[in-house]
Design a protein around this ligand. Structure first.
Ligand code: PMT
Length: 222
């Protein structure tokens, strides 16, 4: 069996983040972790030493992969930076862009006469953009883009704004595309154009993405 990533350290994030509001409520999203876990398994099969930073999901760790469980975007940021340096970073997690400004220490109660609840949210730190500026920087920084429309346009803009090498963009929607399902389609954008992977099972797309990453590393072995 070929091992194109032998000797490489690959750091993958997967799953959602949960941003706590109080001891019983949180803001989350629909990521199941399937895409990121499939990538971690594919990289391991390709011979890499793989660290998987996972948000709260109910999936078993792929065999031979070092798994670090986190809950919030801030914890994921800390865990990723503790696991660096790496040769490749792949950010497949659906990280919250906003988190509550304060976590209530006891359950938020509705009061008689309340007609709503105002929440103040603040920006989280962008893990992907920070990894792209890390020293030493991974040779390849691969982000994802989850878009409901104008997938390729947003993907190109995100790749440039976040200064990453590749962006794997997918359409997400209430119809089940992208999130949760077993199949996906990725549009992988680099400086030199883009390729489509799938539609296919996430496990197959993960193998194709890892093959593409291995080929890029061979061109630029640093
Ligand atoms: O887990 P599944 O159910 O299998 O679903 C897979 C998926 C749809 C979650 C996955 O394929 C995917 O698209 N992951 C990225 C989701 C996302 O957060 O996209 P985004 O366009 O909002 O973010 C762009 C990139 O920035 C992502 O690499 C994200 O990890 C990263 N990011 C975002 C915010 C933040 N604070 N830190 C980050 O690193």
């Amino acid at each position: 069996m070929s091992a194109p990533l032998a000797g490489r350290r690959v750091l993958v994030t997967a799953g959602p983040t949960f941003e706590d509001l109080d001891p019983v409520r949180f803001l989350g999203n629909r990521s199941s972790g399937k895409m990121g876990f499939a990538i971690a398994a594919a990289a391991q099969r390709a011979g890499a030493d793989v660290v998987l930073v996972a948000g709260p999901v109910h999936l078993p760790a792929p065999e031979g992969v070092q798994r670090i469980d986190v809950r919030s975007a801030a914890q994921m940021h800390d865990a990723v930076f503790a696991a660096l340096p790496a040769d490749v970073y792949i950010g497949a997690a659906a990280v919250a862009d906003f988190t509550p400004a304060h976590i209530a220490s006891s359950k938020i109660k509705k009061q008689p006469g309340d007609d709503g609840l105002q929440l103040r949210l603040v920006r989280t730190r962008d893990i992907l953009a920070d990894v792209a500026l890390a020293t030493p920087r991974p040779t390849l920084v691969v982000g994802f883009a989850a878009e409901t429309d104008a997938v390729d346009e947003h993907a190109r803009a995100k790749r440039i704004a976040k200064r990453v090498d590749l962006i794997a963009a997918n359409r997400v929607g209430i119809d089940g595309s992208g999130f949760e399902g077993d199949d996906n389609t990725l549009h992988v954008h680099g400086a030199d154009g883009h390729v489509q992977l799938g539609p296919a099972p996430k496990t197959e797309i993960a193998d194709q993405l890892v093959a593409l990453i291995a080929a890029r590393l061979q061109q630029d072995p640093r």
